[in-house]
Every structure is written in C-alpha cells, then in structure tokens.
Design a protein around this ligand. Structure first.
Ligand SMILES: Cc1ncc(COP(=O)(O)O)c(C=O)c1O
Length: 404
C-alpha cells in the first residue's frame, strides 16, 4: 500500500488568503455598491518595463528561427545572466561572488522552500515570528518539525524568534543555537530592515556556532537608506555561513514571468562538506531551468535603460508607501516599515485583534489589508498594508483611513 507523507497532515492549512477572499466576497455580495480597495496581497500591479518587453519580443523571435533556437537551458542558468548578476548585484557592491556561485531559478519561493532538502532532517531551524510561511511549511513537509500546537500557534522543535516593536522587528540572537537560521530583510511582512553592523552580528554568531544562515533578500531593490546591506555578503565572513535568495518578482515585476536565483559560495561548508555540489546536484536532478526568453528578460533588467525603468517602478511603489506612512501617521496610527520595503506594518488601534481590525476596515472604509496574526503569533494586533496598489487607490485608501 502506498502511504502518504504524514508530515503534510501536520500543516494546519493555509487559511489566511482564502479567508480574506471569502470575507471580501461576502462583503461585496452584501454591499454591491462598495468600491473596495485592496492593499492586502503582495503582488505588483505595474506592467513589465518597456526595455524588458522589447527584449522578450526579440528572444521569442530567436526561438522561431532554427539558427537561434534554444532548447534546455544550462543547469545553473545561462552564463550571460549569471555574469551580469555577479557583476551588478555583487561585485559592484564589493561582494566577492562569481558567476558560477549563482543558480538561476524560476523564483525565490521554490528556492527558499527547496533549500532545506540538502540539509539533514535532524537540523533545528530558527525563524522570525511573524514569518513568511514558506520557510516553516517546507520544513514541516520534510519532517524537520514536531506537531503543530494550535494553542501556541507554533510547531514543536522550531525556534521562533519574536520580532516586536521593542526590538525594532529585528530578532535577538537565539539563546538556543539553531542549525539553520532563516532571515529575511527587507522583511515581509513587517517591512523592517537590518543595519549592516547588526547583520554582521548574525554572521559572527553563525560562524561561531557552525550554523547556516538562509538569507532571503527578495526585497533588496526597495532599500533606500545607506547603512542597510543589500546582500549578506557585504558582511565579513558571510561566505563561510550564508546562502542568499533573490527574486526578480518585486524588483522588476516578474511575479508572472518567474525568475530568481540563489547564491551558494563555492567554499561554503558545513561539517566539512561543501554545499555547492549538493545544490548543483539537486538543481540538475529536479529542475530544468528558467525559460531562455525569461532569462534574456532578466538580463535586460541590468541594461542601463532597464535599470532606469525598473527604478522608476520601484520609486512609484515607494511613493505609495510614503503616502500610506505619512497619512496614517497623521491620522494617529502607529506605523513602521515602508521606507526600505513595500510593506507597512500597522499596530491595530484600541487593542483590536488583527481580524477584528480587518473586519472593521472592510466595513467602515472598504479597504482590504492582511491580518498580521496570519504570519505568526507575534503578528497579532498588527496589520500589513502593501504599496503595490495604484497611486489613485492608495491616496483614496489613506483618505478613508482618516475618516475612521
Ligand atoms: C519574503 C519573500 N520571499 C520570497 C518570495 C517569493 O518570490 P518569488 O515570486 O520569486 O517566488 C516572496 C513573495 O512574496 C516573499 O515575500
């Protein structure tokens, strides 16, 4: 008899976005005249930059011509893309990362979820609370956690690192030493960032304790302040303890095109074993490469025109973030994030729970956001708004907040 992977049964079910969808639909049916503004989902709304579209078109034409047609991509990705990433994202920032340390993929979600496969099932993981759920759920599926404790809203055998207003939403170094540490900065959902000297402490901690840091920098392009590192490899010793994930989704609007990459330094080891060959083996066995046309589109993001156009898109979203931050501050809300990240983290007023505030905001202002408690127990009494809406909707949503 075939048996299922019983670890999947430990997952309590991802109710967050389906519950939001259900509540919004119910409200819409009861109030068909309401003009609902969605500032909940973390998806971009601006179209792909013109330079990228132009490149996509010419890459499509190449696929229709026998002399330029491309089949399977090289296992680690096309050299033209890996070289430009190594140069522009790393060496230009003083990080000694080479093209053959870059693994091109179809996005950061798969890589963040799959990376745990190259580590022993007995490894103990540490995650931020609140957290992007992929890090935890992928380890649950692999059997690296205990059961889910519904009362505590936590899995056993996971080290949760509280991110609170008191610590500026940057966790303290854990007392109990984890083997694998997931960090995400700029952070989803809090919009918090870590300063370079603080990140250096994590790198030193990991090197001292032989832990590996899994660093998700999917929102790196939104950093506007000077002392905030774009890559963990800006810290000394990070090549000895860290793997980094990047995505084109929020950087260049590729949520529907799909492109990302993972950096594993060639000499990164744990227990004397190199990690690069393990991920190369996994990639080669289970993955057949991002499409040529999408990798060409990714290369175009680094061209002078592409960079300029993508910067303008990010500036547009960050303009929205500023409107939300300033407007909500003026209206007396406690808000953070939104300066180096497209997420604004709002403290719910009058000690409302995150879901109470969700219902209140939907019914009183017809605005949809994401309850912070959906990201972990320390997200309770918080609420996430995104800067990915249109300018018009963002301005309108803020005006409605002011009337609450
Ligand atoms: C923190 C974080 N990492 C990774 C991803 C996934 O990115 P991608 O679209 O490249 O799979 C997201 C997307 O929302 C995210 O918020």
């Amino acid at each position: 008899m075939a048996r299922i992977n019983a670890n999947y049964k430990k997952l309590p079910g991802s109710y967050l976005f389906s519950t939001i969808g259900k509540k919004v639909n119910e409200y819409r049916e009861a109030h068909p005249e309401a003009k609902i503004i969605r500032l909940g989902i973390g998806d971009v709304t601006q179209p792909i930059a013109p330079k990228v579209i132009e490149t996509l078109h010419s890459a499509v034409d190449e696929m229709g011509d026998a002399s330029t047609f491309k089949g399977y991509a090289p296992d680690l990705g096309y050299e033209f893309l890996r070289s430009v990433i190594a140069e522009k994202d790393y060496r230009d920032r003083g990080c000694d990362i080479s093209a053959d340390e870059i693994f091109v993929s179809d996005g950061a979600k798969c890589d963040c979820g799959n990376i745990q496969e190259i580590f022993d099932v007995g490894n103990r993981i540490a995650v931020c609370d609140p957290v992007y759920p992929v890090y935890v759920d992928s380890n649950v599926m692999a059997g690296r956690t205990g059961v889910y404790d519904a009362a505590k809203e936590r899995f056993e055998n996971v080290i949760y690192m509280p991110c609170t207003a008191e610590n500026g939403f940057v966790p303290e170094l854990p007392q109990e030493v984890p083997d694998l540490i997931y960090l995400c900065f700029p952070n989803n959902p809090t919009g918090a960032v870590i300063k370079k000297d603080e990140l250096q402490k994590w790198v030193d901690y990991a090197n001292k304790n032989d832990s590996i840091i899994l660093y998700d920098a999917a929102y790196e392009a939104y950093i506007s302040e000077g002392d905030v590192p774009h890559s963990i490899y800006e810290c000394e010793g990070a090549k000895d303890c860290a793997i980094e994930f990047r995505s084109f989704s929020k950087t260049a609007g590729f949520t529907g095109l799909r492109l990302g990459f993972t950096v594993i330094p060639k000499d990164l080891t744990t227990g004397g074993e190199k990690l690069w060959p393990l991920w190369a083996r996994r990639h080669g066995t289970k993955y057949n490469g991002a499409p040529y046309i999408v990798q060409k589109a990714g290369e175009a993001v680094y061209s002078p025109e592409g960079r300029q156009q993508v910067r303008e898109q990010i500036a547009y979203y960050m303009g929205n973030a500023k409107i939300i931050l300033d407007g909500l501050n003026a209206a007396g809300f406690e808000v953070s994030g939104g300066v180096n990240a497209p997420y604004i983290w709002l403290k719910t007023p009058d000690n409302m729970t995150s879901w109470e505030f969700f219902d209140y905001l939907l019914s009183e202002a017809n605005v949809v956001g994401t309850p912070g408690s959906g990201f972990g127990p320390h997200g309770e009494h918080y609420f996430r708004l995104t800067a990915f809406g249109s300018r018009e909707n963002t301005v309108e949503a803020v005006e409605r907040f002011k009337t609450l």
